[in-house]
Ligand binder design. Structure first.
Ligand code: SF4
Ligand code: SF4
Length: 430
């Protein structure tokens, strides 16, 4: 790790400046050390390592605040356990805030006095990002998005080739040579966005959603210029880089003159675009931004698509992406969809707003440095899935899909993993 210096330390401490963020300061000073959050965090529950207790992560950032911004901390640091922002502290911060938190927010929900632990972790990450200590693999994902317009660095030609291939799949599936996946068409009702993992690794989820649009007779388009729903700078917590990515989506909506921005199946993509983007770019969206999950529920409710639940007889369970449920309040819609599309839905325990992360959140899937930990903390999810007896695990998030596919193999789960669009498409008798 590169050594700290005065410039880096100043940048990091600037994030803790109370004039900039009074919410942060109150949450840094509120913990009553009751210990309740320990049993809510999948890192502590699966490893019993006390360093991973959520309150410890808050305390780490809080101890730096005390050292530099309180009289006692400045004068008698030892008395209040105030810490220098030095190389040792930075190393610990990187390990705990990037490497041992999926930013799932579950601890926040269970904190006895409502400390926003996830927010403190995010601010701690912001300090590290401002100082240049984002883990290399995560930073290269952000860099790819900034430089190429999508976090996988997919070229224009490869993207168009994949979409054309999926259009052929769609035409076969719908038995209609006129069925299309429109590209760069202005003035449509919907500008649809994807997780770049779809064109790269899971193109069939693109044709699945295209089938849903086809069945609903939707006026929609993809943009070759900006289709990436993700914003990995939300995970690295670099506000300047997050702003650049968010601004690009805003500009694309203006250029394409679409009425609705539809955010594809990606938990943090939904949260970062729908709730955080206005903060990043410091203006409200003058257009509607909804999730594809809400849109598919709307199609069913309005009778625009008519799923046949008899087409999916296997037992299905639902994995709730943290950023979609706790982070964005989308909870009922995915259940409404599944109740209309499958015969046998079994919920995990716990689920909904109390769900456990799959282990791949918080940018963990992009941080190969912590792969072993990521697979270890998935033990909780594995246990939950096994108890349902499900054959299919549905989840509306490509990040979760990736993690579930990996743990399916690692732990011999033997289930199928599907997006919501794939389930809906399978249930449509087109
Ligand atoms: S946000 Fe999730 S992973 Fe992070 S400390 Fe809280 S419970 Fe643990
Ligand atoms: S539950 Fe809240 S108050 Fe209690 S130790 Fe954890 S962060 Fe502190």
């Amino acid at each position: 790790m590169e050594k700290t210096d005065d410039i880096k330390i100043k940048r990091g401490l600037d994030v803790l400046n109370s004039h900039k963020d009074s919410k942060l300061i109150s949450h840094l000073n509120s913990c009553v050390h009751c210990g309740l959050c320990a049993k809510t965090c999948l890192y502590y529950l699966t490893t019993k390592d006390e360093r991973f207790i959520p309150a410890r992560k808050v305390e780490l950032v809080s101890s730096i605040y005390r050292r530099y911004f309180t009289f006692t901390g400045r004068t008698f640091p030892g008395l209040v356990k105030a810490r220098e922002l030095d190389d040792k502290t930075v190393e610990e911060m990187v390990d705990l805030l990037y490497g041992a938190c999926v930013m799932c927010g579950r601890c926040v929900q269970h904190c006895s006095i409502g400390v926003d632990i996830e927010y403190v972790v995010r601010k701690g990450r912001e300090m590290l990002a401002e100082m240049g200590y984002v883990p290399g693999s995560l930073q290269s994902t952000v860099k790819a998005a900034l430089e190429t317009g999508n976090n996988m660095g997919i070229s224009y030609e490869d993207f168009v080739d994949t979409v054309e291939w999926m259009e052929e799949e769609l035409q076969d599936e719908c038995n209609d040579t006129e069925a299309r996946i429109p590209l760069n068409e202005h003035g449509k009702n919907v500008l649809y966005t994807l997780n770049p993992r779809e064109p790269k690794f899971f193109p069939l989820s693109i044709s699945a959603m295209a089938k849903v649009f086809y069945a609903a007779k939707e006026s929609w388009t993809l943009s070759t210029n900006m289709y990436d729903v993700t914003n990995y700078a939300y995970f690295s917590s670099h506000p300047g880089e997050a702003k650049k990515i968010a601004q690009r989506m805003y500009d694309e909506m203006h250029k394409m003159k679409a009425k609705r921005l539809v955010l594809g199946e990606c938990g943090h993509g939904v949260r970062s675009n729908r709730w955080e983007a206005s903060n990043y770019i410091e203006k409200e969206f003058p257009f509607e931004a909804i999730t594809s999950v809400e849109l598919m529920a709307e199609y069913i409710r309005d009778g625009r698509i008519k799923p046949d639940k008899e087409r999916i007889k296997d037992t299905v369970t639902l994995h709730d992406p943290c950023n979609l449920t706790r982070g964005s309040g989308v909870i009922k819609e995915q259940r409404y969809i599944l109740k209309n599309c499958v015969n046998d839905l079994v919920e995990m325990t716990p689920h909904g707003t109390d769900n456990f992360c799959c282990g791949g959140g918080g940018g963990q899937l992009a941080m190969s440095e912590y792969n072993d930990r990521r697979l270890k903390i998935a033990e909780l999810k594995i246990g939950q899935i096994r108890k349902t007896g499900a054959v299919i695990v549905a989840t509306p998030c490509h990040n979760c899909i990736d993690q579930l596919i990996q743990i399916n193999v690692t732990y011999n789960l033997n289930v199928q993993i599907k997006t919501l669009a794939e389930i809906v498409a399978d249930s449509l008798p087109v």
